[in-house]
Design a protein around this ligand. Structure first.
Ligand code: ZN
Length: 349
């Protein structure tokens, strides 16, 4: 396949659906099939017209989003810095825009005001006029800014988060798009602190994250850092990561993608584990001291995971080794999540 076609399909591999032709072309009603071909070519022509930038193998617009959770200051202050000094995120071949996603929650240094904004992006909710919470309306407004308008839509969305867990610089993939995988591999080759976590959504329709608005792009979780504070080292590491991503996308547009390894180590989501609880639903134990801060390290059957308030150790009773992450994330107590379990995988890219 010619390189420009390969690159085009690597941006939008699932964009054109030829099934209407395939289904009927062999059928007895040739006229009906020809009508479908005409209709489809008109559709393709309109599609090509609206996506002229993509056809030119270009990423035209990149969105850097911060403060999706109002008490995660690293991303919130970083996007405000970028908004103040736009030359830092300016690259020759595409436009970069910034967005403080949840200004009301940021103003009061809380994760959200009514509900978690990063769970408000399910497709059926983005166009539902009956939803009225601040965050749901904000999600609809962000959808309109970043995704709804074909001419203005962001081709690549970077959503900056922070975590109280010991996650270093984690890239959160919500799909396995080839460009996202290659970029993740490139970033992990530059910096051993970069880890790749892949969520297990089977389709975009079940993805409630802001990143569901664009096939290209991902979330970044940096930590450990307490909610509502800044840490200069982590701030600078995150800023450097953003620059590396923008530089990579610039090279992509120039057909000069840096070479990367053929394999990528990623941590694929398996399940979540709740805290031990009493009958009334209150927690009865804590993360075991031997597990605290051990994100991305192997957890074997029989290893301690919780310590009850009475001092009893609770062990992991799974059948095989897993790699826990988001261990003791402060925001997840209310969600009933003490940690997420992942499977460490090597994949070819
Ligand atoms: Zn967050």
């Amino acid at each position: 396949m010619p390189y420009f076609l390969y690159k085009w399909f690597s941006i939008h591999p699932y964009s054109i659906d030829f099934s209407p032709i395939r289904e009927d072309f062999a059928g007895e009603n040739l006229q009906k099939s020809l009508d479908k071909v005409r209709l489809l070519s008109k559709h393709i022509s309109r599609w090509l017209h609206s996506r002229v930038g993509v056809i030119m193998n270009q990423i035209n617009r990149v969105a850097i989003v911060g403060g999706t959770h109002g008490n995660e200051f690293t991303g919130a202050y970083l996007v405000q810095k970028f908004a103040k000094f736009p030359e830092l995120i300016t690259r020759p071949s595409f436009q970069t825009v910034t967005l403080l996603a949840n200004p009301k929650a940021f103003a009061v240094a809380r994760r959200y005001t009514d509900q978690d904004l990063n769970r408000c992006f399910l497709q059926q909710n983005l166009q539902n006029p009956n939803l009225e919470s601040y965050e749901q309306l904000r999600a609809q407004s962000i959808y309109n800014i970043l995704s709804a308008n074909q001419d203005q839509r962001a081709d690549f969305i970077l959503d900056l988060h922070s975590t109280t867990a010991n996650m270093d610089l984690t890239i959160i993939l919500v799909n396995s798009h080839p460009l996202n995988l290659r970029l993740a591999a490139y970033l992990s080759s530059l910096n051993p602190l970069v880890k790749i976590y892949r969520c297990s959504f089977t389709s975009v329709a079940e993805n409630p994250f802001l990143n569901s608005l664009s096939e290209l792009g991902f979330g970044i979780e940096v930590g450990p850092i307490a909610q509502g504070i800044l840490d200069a080292t982590l701030f600078q590491q995150t800023e450097e990561l953003v620059h590396q991503i923008l530089d990579y996308l610039e090279k992509f547009n120039q057909d000069k993608i840096p070479a990367t390894k053929e394999t990528l180590t990623l941590y694929h989501h398996l399940s979540v584990v709740d805290y031990p609880k009493q009958e009334d639903g209150t927690i009865s134990g804590m993360i075991h001291p031997q597990l605290q801060n051990r994100d991305y390290e192997p957890l074997n059957p029989g290893d301690p995971i919780f310590l009850t308030f009475e001092g009893k150790t609770i062990v992991y009773e799974g059948k095989s080794t897993v790699w826990p992450i988001f261990i003791n994330e402060a925001a997840y107590y209310e969600k009933g999540i003490a940690m997420s379990l992942t499977q460490k995988q090597q994949i070819n890219i």
